[in-house]
Design a protein around this ligand. Structure first.
Ligand code: SF4
Length: 193
C-alpha cells in the first residue's frame, strides 16, 4: 500500500534529519525542538511570531514551547518585544546571533550533500510532491496551512503597487509576502472546507 511506503520514507527521513539536528545543534547547545522554533521564527511574519504561533506550528504543548523559548532567549538567539498597539501581545524576533547559528545548522549538511546529486527537475518534483502531501494532511485534519503569504487568498496586489492583507487591512511589503503566516488560507480553498 503506497500510504505505508510513503509513511516509511518520511519516517526514515525525519529520523535522519532529527539525528543530524541533534549532532549539529549540540555544537550550538540547541535541542532539535529549539532549532525548529528558531527556524520557524526566521520564516514567519509579524502576525505569527508569538509564543502561540510557535506552539501551533510545532504542534507541541505550551509548556514545552515555553521552555524552549526561554532557552533561546537566554542564549541571545531571540528577543521579546511588546506589540506597538497591544502591549499584551509579545513578538519573538530572531537575533543576528540566532540567524548566524541557524544558517550553520539548516539545511542539514547531510541533506545538502544528497541534494547536490539530484537534478534540478528532480528537486522540483520532490518539493511539489511533499507540498501536496503536507497540504493533504493539513486539510484532512483541518490544520492551519502556515503557507507563504503570497499564496494566501487574502493577499491583494494593489493597482498603485504594493500589497494589502485583506484580513487585517494592513499593507504588506515585498519581503512580507515571502514569509509564512498562521492566518494563511490557500487560494484554492473554499469557505467552510
Ligand atoms: S494575506 Fe494571508 S498570509 Fe498574508 S498576512 Fe494576510 S492573512 Fe497572513
Amino acid at each position: 500500500m503506497s500510504a505505508q511506503q510513503i509513511h516509511a520514507y518520511i519516517e526514515r527521513l525525519s529520523n535522519l534529519l532529527r539525528n543530524e539536528f541533534r549532532r549539529s545543534g549540540s555544537e550550538h547547545g540547541l535541542q532539535p525542538i529549539q532549532i525548529e522554533a528558531l527556524h520557524y521564527l526566521s520564516l514567519c511574519n509579524r502576525y505569527s511570531d508569538t509564543p502561540m504561533g510557535v506552539t501551533e506550528y510545532l504542534g507541541q504543548t505550551k509548556g514545552t514551547v515555553s521552555q524552549s523559548l526561554k532557552v533561546l532567549e537566554k542564549k541571545g538567539f531571540l528577543s521579546k518585544n511588546a506589540d506597538d498597539n497591544d502591549k499584551r501581545i509579545i513578538h519573538l524576533r530572531i537575533t543576528e546571533a540566532g540567524r548566524t547559528s541557524l544558517e550553520e545548522i539548516i539545511p542539514a549538511a547531510l541533506f545538502s550533500r544528497a541534494c547536490e546529486h539530484l537534478a534540478a527537475d528532480d528537486q522540483a518534483r520532490i518539493i511539489d510532491a511533499l507540498k501536496d502531501l503536507l497540504r493533504g494532511i493539513q486539510r484532512a485534519n483541518a490544520m492551519k496551512s502556515f503557507g507563504v503569504c503570497r499564496t494566501c487568498r487574502y493577499n491583494q496586489k494593489l493597482e498603485a503597487g504594493g500589497y494589502l492583507c485583506g484580513l487585517t487591512q494592513e499593507p504588506l511589503s515585498l519581503s512580507d509576502i515571502q514569509l509564512i503566516c498562521r492566518e494563511h488560507e490557500p487560494i484554492n480553498i473554499t469557505l467552510g472546507q
